[in-house]
Structures are given as structure tokens and as C-alpha cells.
Design a protein around this ligand. Sequence first.
Ligand code: AMP
Length: 284
Amino acid sequence: MQTAHTLDVLRTRVSSLRKGGETIGLVPTMGALHEGHLTLVRRAREACDHVVASIFVNPTQFGPNEDLDAYPRQLEEDAQMLEREGCALLWAPRVAEMYPDGFVTSISVSGVSEGLCGADRPGHFDGVATVVCKLFNQVAPDMAFFGEKDWQQLAVIRAMARDLDLTLPHVHQIIGVPTVREADGLAMSSRNRYLSEENRAAAATLPREMREAIARIEDGQEIAPTLAALEDALLGAGFSKVDYAVLADASSLKPLEKLEGKAARLLVAARIGGTRLIDNMGVG
Ligand code: AMP
């Protein structure tokens, strides 16, 4: 596996990977890799001739009081994991390469980015959309792979790619990959390593109570009291705050008061011991 830290090197390596018309799958990440990320790489390997993974802790998607400085960075270990998975190229730009002095552009996606995490993290999805647009233009992959773990992020990226005509020629297909979970159901996340042993054990309440709430909703119970009971169960299990627990239309992310036979999603963000965890699951 080769590593590129500059755009010049990236472009040279990407064009040599494409030489015989071979296809490229892009897996964007912020590093601190786990099985969730590696599953995206495996999916990309199955679907494309070569995989390019990016590792970039994107400062513009972190708010002023968020964990940008504390975010885990372990480039060498990550590179070894990617190499073992058969990744062809690691794109690991420095901040000044992505955002040189004088950088003034931001992409803002309205609608799907406004509620849920967008309400709690102002500017977050502008940062995500801008960096992902740059990655699409830089690598011009045939397919790009994202986790359903970040359901709203996936919706924002799909909307951005559609509206800015990025799908052709810059990225032909955006693929969502189901969430990879720990044995007790907790969605894998680079942020799980912030959890103390006690909080890590309590964190498994999140997927468990979400499944319970989904079973009740599918059973015909009313949505508002079911979501209120979910919040109470999380607070009772040691979560300090529930930022949101919402049943939403799976595509528009608009809150639903009834199932209405549409594809629906239960999305939750909750804090435990200073760590904000998010999860989402299909309903109906
Ligand atoms: P991150 O490094 O957290 O920005 O994540 C990089 C990519 O990996 C995003 O597309 C995430 O949605 C995806 N991802 C993170 N955690 C998981 C998981 N547990 N299962 C599947 N994909 C994931």
C-alpha cells in the first residue's frame, strides 16, 4: 500500500491505479480504525479493482467545544490495518493541504442536515459536505462507501452529490454499509474508546432499549410515549442527557408521528460520561 500526503502524489498514484480502466472505491474516514471502517474497505474491495482510503481528522466538522484535539490519531497502526485489508492507497493529507491559507468555500446542505445532529452541532454538516466534496473531486472514485451508522451524514452526502451533479463524473455511486456492532450490540465507533469500563457496560443499553422501542412501535404502541420511555430508560441506565430520540422518515429525516407504512428510522444521540454516542435502526 502506498501513502499520499500531498495532492500531487495522490493524483499521480490515482491515475496509475486507473491505468487499464480499473475502478476505484473510496472509503473516507477520520482514522482510529475499527471493524466498522474495515468492513467498508472490504465492501469496496469486493465492488472495485482498487481501494483508496482517506484518513483526515477534518477540523471544520468539529465545533469549538468538541473533541478535535482529543480525537484519537494513530496513523501508523491504521496504515497497517488498511494494508492487511488490501487497500491500494492511503490518502492522509495534512490540514494545510486540504485547507491552504485563503480557503473560503463552504458547502451547506439544507433540509436533511437541519434537525437531529445538525441541531446539536451547528456547522458540523457544512464541514462534512465540504470535505467529502473535496475528496470526491480529488479521487474521482467510481464508488464511495459510507456507514449507515452515520445515517444523517449519508443523507447529507447523497443530497450534496445529487444537487452538485457530483454523481457523474466524480463519483458514480454512493454506497451505504450497515452498522457493524460489538457483541453486546453497541455500534462500533472511534469514540467508544473514551468510555470508562462502567460507562462502556452501560452504553449497551442504547441499542438494547432502541430495539425494545422499535418492537413496541411495530406492535402498534403510540410513538411519543414509547420514545419518552426510551429516554427514561437511557437516563436510568447512566446516560446524562438524551440529545434526541426521534422516529423519522428514513429519507427526508422528517419526524414521524405514525408509521404510515413508509420506511422509517429510529435515530438517537445520547451522552454518557462526556461522550456523545449516536445510533439508528430501521423500523417497520
Ligand atoms: P469516521 O472515521 O467516524 O468519520 O467514519 C468513517 C466512515 O466509517 C463513515 O462512513 C462512518 O459512517 C463509517 N463507520 C463508522 N462506524 C461504523 C460502524 N460501526 N459500522 C459501519 N460503518 C461505520
